[in-house]
Design a protein around this ligand. Structure first.
Ligand code: LMR
Length: 356
């Protein structure tokens, strides 16, 4: 009798044990289920997953075409991915200057940046193609160059060799010249003056062709270099001149439209390819829309900057280059094209010349 009771007890215990084990297995299965198919609290857990952080570093102020575009991109990308990405924009060289940001992208220390195309030429000389003097006569031609396979397509292809991807080209606008103590009308007026340039050999050659002294320098250092007289002048877009107050430490500006500043929106290729497909799709949609916006609004923002510079009334003179002066500037700087045929490549140079 005692033995039977003991056997029944053993059976009951075995039964209870298997019930408990079954429950455990079920709860493990529930935890493994993908969030979207669970339809209960496990879905909430997935929704609370940490967003993917995309640090976006740039050097200009927020009230510029690139500054505004970066903010717009942040808002749109977060919306289109339902918050699965957290775009963190760092303007005004808060993180890196443009020469350092390219290395930071390669190391994935930041995930996105938009350096001026000129600055990519430190890695690839071909990227200096947009710097040739008077190469691009209108915004339409700039966009044709950016879109074309022979120019934009070729430049983007190169980036892949250095752990980078080109995602878009963003517009800023045409460059103007400023100087401290005399107006710039004819090529002779450049003689002996030092001008800050972005890191680009073509820009250096442009100023040398005008008998001036080019001084490569990071954008963040230009204001104090002008203020302290380390350099005499500089070239930049109206939105950059206004937002960084260069017009307050210069006396003369010539509206010359002699060159263009546009941006390569770049990312780390491994990071980009590792993004979940739906996230990448949302971010790409945000980028496409922002690219279109900056294309449609870059010129307007630069015109507004000119109005603001005029309203500030700090410059002694704003001179618009006449047709005759433009011809003289072009003649003086034309030899720069031939100087770079080997380094940049005759194909690219001929493609950009065809747009003149
Ligand atoms: C500059 O260095 O002058 C510009 O490239 C700044 C910018 O990003 O527009």
């Amino acid at each position: 009798m005692k033995a039977r009771k003991f056997l029944v007890l053993l059976l009951v215990m075995a039964l209870l044990g298997s019930l408990v084990a079954g429950c455990g297995a079920r709860s493990e299965q529930a935890a493994d289920k993908p969030a979207e198919s669970s339809g209960d609290s496990s879905g909430d857990t997935a929704a609370k997953a940490e967003p993917i952080v995309i640090k976006f570093s740039h050097v200009v102020a927020e009230n510029t075409p690139k500054g505004q575009a970066a903010i717009m991109f942040e808002e749109k990308a977060e919306e289109y991915t339902d918050g699965k990405v957290d775009i963190q924009v760092f303007p005004n060289t808060q993180l890196y200057n443009d020469d350092d940001v390219i290395a930071a992208i390669q190391q994935n220390s930041v995930q996105m940046a938009a350096p001026a195309t000129s600055k990519v030429s430190k890695l690839f000389p071909e990227w200096t193609i947009f710097d040739f003097p008077f190469a691009l006569p209108s915004i339409e031609k700039v966009q044709e160059a950016m879109e074309s396979e022979e120019i934009g397509g070729k430049l983007f292809n190169m980036l892949k060799d250095k752990q980078m991807l080109g995602l878009a080209m963003w517009d800023n606008g045409f460059k103007q010249m400023t100087l401290d103590d005399r107006p710039l009308y004819m090529p002779e007026d450049f003689e002996g003056k030092s001008f800050r340039v972005m890191s680009s050999k073509v820009l250096e050659a442009q100023f040398k062709a005008l008998n001036a002294n080019p001084t490569p320098m990071a954008f963040s250092e230009v204001y104090s270099a002008l203020e302290q007289g380390v350099i005499d002048g500089q070239e930049n877009t109206l939105s950059n001149i206004y937002s960084k107050k260069f017009h307050e430490v210069q006396e003369y500006m010539t509206l010359s439209n002699h060159g263009y500043i546009g941006y390569a929106v770049i990312t780390n290729s491994e990071f980009w390819e590792g993004l979940p497909a739906d996230v990448r799709e949302g971010v790409e949609k945000a980028l496409d829309e922002t690219t279109q916006w900056v294309r449609d609004n870059g010129e307007r923002l630069n015109q507004e900057a000119l109005d603001n510079i005029k309203a500030d009334n700090t410059l002694t003179e704003i001179h618009e280059l006449t047709a005759e002066e433009k011809k003289a500037w072009m003649e003086a700087t034309n030899p720069v094209y031939d100087m770079f045929e080997e380094e940049v490549g005759a194909d690219l140079i001929n493609a950009i010349k065809a747009l003149r």
